[in-house]
Design a protein around this ligand. Structure first.
Ligand code: A2P
Length: 270
């Protein structure tokens, strides 16, 4: 046997993570950035799932957090959208990554923001706050979303206009996508809203839903559990408030094993 103590941690890491290389980094603001990595051809996931991502510490231990995959299942690379928490154990380090650096990507993507968690419906609302936009970036590139729904609405609520990362993707790039561009042009509406400075749509999405302003702006009827499906991703408080709003309207939460009228996932931060 040639086992040595130094080889052991590396072998254990291999059992759980792929070691991928950073191919692209974009800093949107002082507190938001995105990055892409190589993707092991063995890594399979469903649009909307998350995976553990992070760094190997100098002592060999992994430091990872859950990240929604923000790229299409067909893409050769993986994309992630992250907040930068100044004292966050992971993101205080991860925000400094550069092209060519190595990151750990978990071998087991999972999560509830998947199409199988939803009953059939007419309209799909993808409701995100902050980095809770990430899973929608994968879902809107999935042809199955447009096959299942007549209309798709992506809402993104942030504090300041500058935090509306990916606005250009939704407003001009997506319709040029060779696989889903035509479907997105016909069916998808992007609805950004800002809470702490003037913008074309102001206010928390919870308030825009309860006041009916969202539906007025979209020219759509108010939420109806018979036909309107939702996926939610954002802060715990946002999820609590949305659950109460949906429960009042007779909505039932779904899970991967039992489809419902809506599914949710916390946007992970630290
Ligand atoms: P607000 O500015 O009123 O707090 P954060 O940057 O803290 O993650 O927040 C992202 C967005 O989510 C902000 O626009 C914030 O609005 C909004 N938000 C925070 N809490 C809730 C909530 N409980 N319900 C709906 N939106 C919320």
């Amino acid at each position: 046997m040639t086992d040595t103590p130094v080889a052991k941690p590396a072998r254990r890491l291999d059992a759980f993570f792929y070691i991928e290389t950073v191919t692209w980094v974009r800093h949107w603001t002082e507190s938001l950035f995105s990055f892409r990595t190589t993707r092991s051809p063995e890594l399979r996931f469903e649009s909307g799932q998350f995976v553990m991502v992070g760094l190997q510490l100098p002592d060999g231990r992994p430091l990872v957090r859950a990240y929604s995959i923000a790229s299409s299942t067909e893409d050769k690379e993986l994309e992630f959208y992250s907040i930068k928490v100044p004292d966050g154990p992971l993101t205080s380090r991860l925000q400094h990554i550069k092209v060519g650096d190595q990151v750990l990507v978990g071998k087991k993507p999972t999560g509830t923001l998947v199409l199988t968690g939803l009953r059939p419906g007419k309209r799909l609302y993808l409701v995100g706050t902050g980095t809770g936009l990430a899973p929608w970036l994968s879902l809107v590139l999935d042809p199955e979303v447009y096959a299942r729904f007549e209309a798709v609405v992506v809402t993104h609520t942030v504090r300041e206009v500058g935090d509306l990362s990916y606005r250009d993707f939704f407003e001009s790039e997506l319709v040029k996508d060779p696989r889903v561009g035509a479907s997105a042009a016909a069916k998808l509406r992007y609805y950004p809203s800002v809470t702490r400075e003037p913008f074309e749509h102001n206010g928390r999405i919870t308030d825009l839903i309860t006041s009916g302003k969202l539906f007025q702006d979209l020219g759509a009827p108010p939420l109806d559990p018979k036909v309107d499906r939702l996926m939610l991703c954002g802060s715990p408080d946002f999820l609590t408030d949305m659950k109460a709003i949906l429960a009042e309207r007779g909505y039932e939460e779904g899970a991967v094993a039992t489809a419902g009228d809506y599914v949710l996932e916390k946007a992970f931060v630290s």
